[in-house]
Design a binder for this molecule. Sequence first.
Ligand code: FE2
Length: 387
Amino acid sequence: MSTTPIKNVEYGLEKIFEGAQDFLPLLGTDYVEFYVGNAKQSAHFYKTAFGFQSLAYAGLETGMKDRASYVLKQDKIRLVLTTALNSDSPIGEHVKKHGDGVKVIALWVEDATKAFEETTKRGAKAFMAPTVEKDEHGEVVRSGIYTYGETVHMFVERKNYKGVFLPGYQTWKSDYNPTPVGLKFIDHMVGNVGWNQMNTWVKFYEEVMGFVNFLSFDDKQIHTEYSALMSKVMSNGNGRIKFPINEPAEGKKRSQIEEYLDFYEGAGAQHIAVATDDIIKTVTELRARGVEFLSAPPKTYYEEIPARLGAHMKMMKEDISVLEKLAILVDADEEGYLLQIFTKPVEDRPTLFYEIIQRMGAKGFGAGNFKALFESIEREQEKRGTL
Ligand code: FE2
């Protein structure tokens, strides 16, 4: 596959992946919506621990009868935390089955009606037909389709809207405003799917969404002594949306993907990777605010970094002893290096977690860290009795 950039003149976007059809096309991630048991408390957690800012609110006070939604923002990232206000609610049912988790991965498009038509014509299951929502700030068109599990992609067309988030939401002004920690945008979002389902969803992203598969890892590459998984990375044409898809593989013990599937009770979003341009500062701040990260790999991991980075070592600005102290992982590919770290799950069920990533030219996903990472996850699984 060629990676020669081709100008997509109409939208001013670089087409990075020639094989992608880009019939939607996607301009970026619009928001990620979680269905949670108590949105008010979740919002407090994301503000306090992760440095998100209050942006918008919808609930009883704004005329919303059945739910409350808090919208948080940090640079280009928008999170929506939604909870049910009564027992007769699909939101409550979702939380009962899955625990707190990602319901909607919303994608910003130029034309939400066309995005719905193009994807459903190619076999997508409809979640919401194109719907126009209006208020005094203009109008938004949204439509939605199902992806893996009960997860949904909403297409959001907001070119005729000037309001704070979506019609129906008010500005959320708060007296409590912890400072941001330097999170910039969503780098990628990973989905966990069931046994032998990875290729089904790879095909879905290729055929229904026009994505390309640009990286693959089999269980021979991603394994430890005990467990294994397989992963394929899907991207849209301009490279702004990247969705790796994981499935479990046979190992001596239960893999983290199986653990996820058992506790989420099905396929769903496994982790959200958020980009920073100063991971040392961001992780120092997150740790001070109580965010829990997976434990550091052994000392030998850090001793081997110069050899692993090779020629990229001379462009590395970070002090390896500081990375070790913070348990930040390092990997390199032909184009550069990257720094990354993973949180523990952010809810009681061992399901969704976060990755903090700083790319210094590298386009990969830290394949060189998979073993160290999974061994660290296995130590957590062992404590939970789920290995
Ligand atoms: Fe990742």
